[in-house]
Design a protein. Structure first.
Length: 376
């Protein structure tokens, strides 16, 4: 099977039964939200936005909301080990729990997706405070990940009812992160097509690109992936599953240490990747190593680009091109001790693809990391 690009993705919005206006927020369950918030502010340049905890009447969990560009990151720590979120933390460690969408009608989004086969997670509920009201509902997807539908057109507060503005004197400068480009899910062998169909049938997504084990492989490991996208291209979800190989692939390593399917990485977009990555490196964020020889053939492979190649090489930023333009990307090492969640920094200069030309170098770099961890 060869790489397949679906050219019929664009739909008339009148036929889109569930318009998703973008990623409203991503919620991570973490062991210590206060310390995690400090890390994401210091290292990634997020700014304080809102807080919920004992002081606001929340008896089960503390949540810190951070913002940069259009990105809202919610860091939540459960107070009790026997709660559902406490069990989530015990099993998975730090990881993504909720990927929330902004919608016009959270009641309709819930009813329609459940009618199409989704398992309910949060029945439609309305929360009020002096700034207005927000309606939320939710469904389950792969592993313990959920999707929350957020209807906030009648709300003027900082985040959600139950949160108070978080006015902190410590807000390091932002680093140029603008929006969520995509979130990648890792699922078990044989489950990729199941979850691709889920997004197609339940949320109306289309298969944008398919990669098989010939596209994403080395001499030792391989994976397969289907990129699912909403019709307006604002939400994109690559779904990965392991493929048979001589050694343990990065997907199998993730599934082992995360103890099940989950969100492997979050790709955040910037308009100036040189500045963003320079700042991240200064602030202690570690990235996968890209061999210097990778850059020997970049220009003949991707053609002319605006950025200085030596500057990209110094920072380890990779380049790829498709029919629409080119992209620049780099991947962090895992941001916690389990080799699970990491971040991708991406700048698109017209390109709509996902860096197929970088797969070989990326996989070899990941395998080198696995070798050091003794998990290859």
């Amino acid at each position: 099977m060869e790489t397949t690009v679906q050219t019929t993705l664009a739909q008339d919005q009148t036929t889109d039964f569930l318009p998703l206006h973008g990623t409203d927020y991503i919620e991570m369950i973490v062991g210590n939200a206060k310390q995690a918030a400090h890390f994401y502010k210091t290292a990634f340049g997020f700014q304080s936005l809102a807080y919920s905890g004992l002081e606001t009447g929340s008896r089960n969990q503390a949540s810190y909301v951070l913002k940069q560009g259009k990105i809202r990151l919610v860091l939540t720590t459960p107070y009790h080990s026997d709660s559902p979120l406490g069990q989530h933390l015990l099993r998975h460690g730090d990881g993504v729990k909720a990927i929330a969408f902004e919608v016009d009608d959270a009641h309709y989004a819930f009813e329609e997706t459940v009618r199409r086969g989704a398992e309910a997670y949060l029945v439609p509920s309305v929360a009020h405070d002096e700034f207005g009201s927000v309606v939320r509902s939710g469904i389950r997807t792969y592993g313990d990940v959920v999707h929350i539908f957020v209807e906030r057109k009648d709300y003027k507060g900082s985040f959600l009812p139950g949160f108070q503005p978080w006015n902190s004197e410590y807000n390091p400068e932002p680093i140029g992160l603008e929006y969520i480009d995509h979130c990648v899910g890792n699922v078990e062998l044989g489950k990729m097509n199941h979850w691709a169909k889920f997004y197609e049938n339940v949320l109306g997504f289309k298969n944008l690109i398919t990669f098989d084990d010939k596209d994403i492989s080395t001499a030792y490991t391989a994976l397969m992936s289907k990129v699912m996208s909403s019709s307006n291209m604002r939400i994109k979800f690559p779904i990965n599953e392991p493929a048979r190989g001589k050694k343990k692939s990065q997907i199998e390593e993730y599934l082992e240490f995360y103890e099940g399917p989950g969100c492997q990485h979050i790709a955040v977009a910037t308009d100036n990747i040189l500045h963003t990555v320079s700042e991240l490196r200064k602030r202690g964020v570690e990235f996968l190593y890209v061999p210097g020889t990778y850059y020997d053939t970049v220009i003949e492979r991707v053609g002319a680009i605006k950025e200085d190649l030596e500057a990209l090489k110094k920072l380890g930023i990779m380049v790829d091109r498709d029919e629409e333009g080119y992209l620049l990307q780099i991947f962090t090492r895992p941001v916690e001790d389990r080799p699970t969640l990491f971040f991708e920094i991406i700048q698109r200069v017209g390109a709509k693809s996902f860096g197929k030309g970088n797969f070989q170098a990326l996989f070899e770099s990941i395998e080198a990391e696995q070798e050091r961890r003794g998990t290859l």
